[in-house]
Design a protein around this ligand. Structure first.
Ligand code: GRF
Length: 227
């Protein structure tokens, strides 16, 4: 990892988390320069949002490759061209192979709309309501080849209300995602966070449980509590 505080963001769609990161960088507190936003889909609305905010955008069109390996090689070359310290997946709708991830060891983060390790995969809001949960939220984890299964660095909780629908719950979770991702990146800009034997180490110490936004971490990524 180069330690150069350059961030590349990968998207496939709407790009609201990407925009939250871009906004925090523009306001000067993200602690990272956004080197580029890369999409695997040419029409991703997030590309226009990022471009409109003055960030370099690149498309590596997955549909142009019949072979997953060829697509991943092309994507890796583009990412490496920006020499990022970290790579943030923000609504990037692809499972990445172990070979691809080996090129970016411990550098890649993802945001997922559930309190991981619960509710991996898709349709989390509907599944949380069906399960009768009283709380829900979002998680940032380091990316490993198994979907949504990498070690969890930080989470943000939201209550589930009796009157919630999947849409109302999605809206509440998304609002907290937009706080969580920039806070975690700001934390990463000033703390040493490494993966050792699949365990997250923060300033050399193994992380016993994910950091909680509003409990362990404030909205600017400062540690509130350190235990
Ligand atoms: C977010 O809910 C994120 O957690 C999930 O995909 C969604 C992306 O939304 N991985 P957006 O593109 O950032 O608006």
């Amino acid at each position: 990892m180069s330690g150069n505080r350059r961030l590349v963001i990968l998207i496939s769609g709407r790009g609201s988390n990407c925009l939250a990161l871009v906004d925090a960088a523009r306001r000067g507190w993200l602690g990272f320069e956004i080197a580029a936003v890369i999409s695997d889909r040419p029409g991703a609305p997030g590309l226009e949002l990022a471009g409109g905010a003055g960030v370099d955008t690149v498309v590596v069109d997955a549909s142009a490759y019949s072979d997953r390996g060829d697509f991943e090689s092309a994507l890796a070359v583009v990412i490496e061209g920006f020499a990022p310290e970290r790579i943030a997946l923000a609504g990037f709708m692809r499972i990445l192979s172990a070979g691809f991830l080996d090129r970016f060891p411990g550098q890649m983060l993802n945001i997922h709309p559930s309190l991981l390790p619960r509710f991996r995969g898709l349709d989390t809001h509907t599944r949380v309501l069906e399960a009768g949960e009283s709380e829900h939220g979002a998680s940032i984890h380091l990316v490993t080849p198994e979907l949504d299964a990498g070690p969890v660095l930080a989470r943000a909780r939201v209550p589930v209300k009796d009157e919630d629908t999947p849409d109302s719950l999605a809206e509440r979770v998304l609002a907290v995602e937009h706080r969580l991702y920039p806070a975690v990146m700001a934390l990463l800009s000033r703390c040493l966070v490494e993966l050792r034997n699949d365990v997250i180490h923060l300033e050399g110490k193994p992380l016993a449980r994910p950091l909680e936004l509003g409990v362990d971490l404030d909205d600017r990524g400062h540690r509130i509590r350190d235990d």
